[in-house]
Every structure is written in structure tokens, then in C-alpha cells.
Design a protein around this ligand. Structure first.
Ligand SMILES: *Cc1c(COP(=O)(O)O)cnc(C)c1O
Length: 235
């Protein structure tokens, strides 16, 4: 077997994912421009990840703050970093230096702490509220019932803008079984939208990973978080 270059492998995988995204958008009657990919680089090295911005892939995600800080330091500055994993409050300051998109805000306390930390910044911090829509005990995130109670907390924010909701479906052999979780997030957006005031909005639904992204698109995802399907076997 001939050795394929990293560039060739990534080009082929991105192309294959693109075709699947397009087909899912078509099935759902959605506009391709309304679905963005966040390439989750947690399993690959900074050197491998550095090929992505060269190829025009500028939205990258990490689930561990230290790894995000490290990659953000060594990769080009035009990368838009997305923090997609649990964020402890003692890691807020450095994370905000590297990114202004945080998908994984899972408590009112974190929301307030981010607002305090973001005081005096030129740009607002964009956050998504993580919802445990699959109701697994092991998962971070607001319970769907709890989310409605956040309206006063959100109303008091000055430096943080809520931009949407995020969820992770339970791992399933058959991705079709993730559909109810994604549908629940979409319905929650409808109810919560009514009680949020500008500048807050729930434009984004961050949902869909390698195993289930086509179902997520059919259910309204605007941000897909894709790791394995792009980077499997790479280091
Ligand atoms: C790792 C990770 C992903 C990507 O998962 P894949 O199944 O590898 O595509 C998405 N979201 C979060 C929060 C993750 O930690």
C-alpha cells in the first residue's frame, strides 16, 4: 500500500463528510450554509491539527482546557477555537484568552463566573448552554426542566452572550435512536427563545458527532462537532 500524505487523507475525509452533510441538508430541506463543522482535534497532535487551517478549516474544538490553550498557542491565530468540554472555574481566565466560544456551560455558577471574568473585554463571550437531553446520570448539563429557570440569570449577564444550546446524545449503535434527544433540544430552543431578550438568542444548536451528525442535521443542528470521522487512525 502506498503511503498517503496527511493532506490527502484529510482532503478525502473532509470531502466525504461534506457529501454526507449536503445529502442530510437536502433531505431536511435545509440550507447548507446554516450548518458549520467544528473539527474536534482532541485526539491529534498540534502538528497534525496545524494542517487544518492551511486547508481552510478554521473552526476547531477541544474538550480539555489545557489542550485548547496549548494548541491555541502553537496554531495560527486565525483559528476560531471552541471549548466543548467541562470548564472548571479556575480555568476560565486562560480559556477566555484563547477562545470566545464556549459550548459547554453547564451551571448558573459557571455562567456568572464567565460574566465576571469577561468584564472589560472588547468582545462579548459567546456561550451555549449544555443540556443533558439524554438524561444520563454521568453527563454534565442542565436538565431540560431546569433550563427555563435560567432566564433571570441570563437576563443579568453583561459580558456574556447566550447563542444557543448544546447536547451530546447517548452512544447508540443505531444513530436513529439519537433523534429524540436532538428533537428535544430543538423543542427546548423554541420554549426558551420566548423568554430570552436580545442580545441573547438561541440561534445555534450544537449537536451531532461522528456517529450521529446526519440525524442531528435533520433535527436542526447548526454546529456539528466531528472528531473520529475526520481523524480516526491519525495521531
Ligand atoms: C470528542 C468529542 C466530540 C467528537 O466526537 P466524535 O464521536 O469523535 O466525533 C464531540 N463533542 C464532544 C463534547 C467531545 O468531547
Amino acid at each position: 500500500m502506498t503511503e498517503k500524505s496527511l493532506h490527502t487523507i484529510l482532503t478525502e475525509r473532509l470531502q466525504a463528510v461534506e457529501e454526507r452533510i449536503l445529502a442530510a441538508c437536502q433531505r431536511a430541506g435545509r440550507n447548507r450554509a446554516d450548518v458549520a463543522v467544528v473539527a474536534v482535534t482532541k485526539t491529534i497532535s498540534p502538528a497534525t491539527a496545524a494542517v487544518l487551517p492551511e486547508m481552510g478549516v478554521l473552526d476547531l474544538g477541544e474538550n480539555r482546557p489545557q489542550e485548547l490553550w496549548h494548541k491555541a498557542e502553537v496554531l495560527p491565530k486565525n483559528v476560531r477555537w471552541h471549548m466543548i468540554g467541562h470548564l472548571q472555574r479556575n480555568k476560565i481566565e486562560r480559556t477566555l484568552e484563547a477562545t470566545d466560544w464556549i459550548h459547554s456551560v453547564d451551571s448558573a455558577r459557571l455562567l456568572r463566573a464567565l460574566d465576571d471574568a469577561a468584564l472589560g473585554r472588547a468582545k462579548p463571550v459567546n456561550v451555549l448552554l449544555e443540556v443533558n437531553a439524554s438524561r444520563e446520570a454521568s453527563k454534565h448539563g442542565f436538565a431540560p426542566r431546569e433550563a427555563g429557570e435560567l432566564a433571570p440569570v441570563i437576563g443579568a449577564l453583561r459580558n456574556v452572550h447566550v447563542r444557543g444550546l448544546m447536547t451530546m446524545a447517548a452512544p447508540e449503535e443505531d444513530p436513529e435512536r439519537c433523534r429524540p434527544t436532538f428533537g428535544e433540544l430543538r423543542r427546548l430552543r423554541e420554549t426558551l427563545s420566548e423568554i430570552l431578550q436580545p442580545p441573547h438568542n438561541l440561534r445555534h444548536l450544537s449537536m451531532g458527532m461522528s456517529n450521529d451528525f446526519e440525524i442531528a442535521i435533520e433535527e436542526g443542528a447548526t454546529l456539528l462537532r466531528l472528531g473520529t470521522v475526520l481523524f480516526e487512525g491519525l495521531t
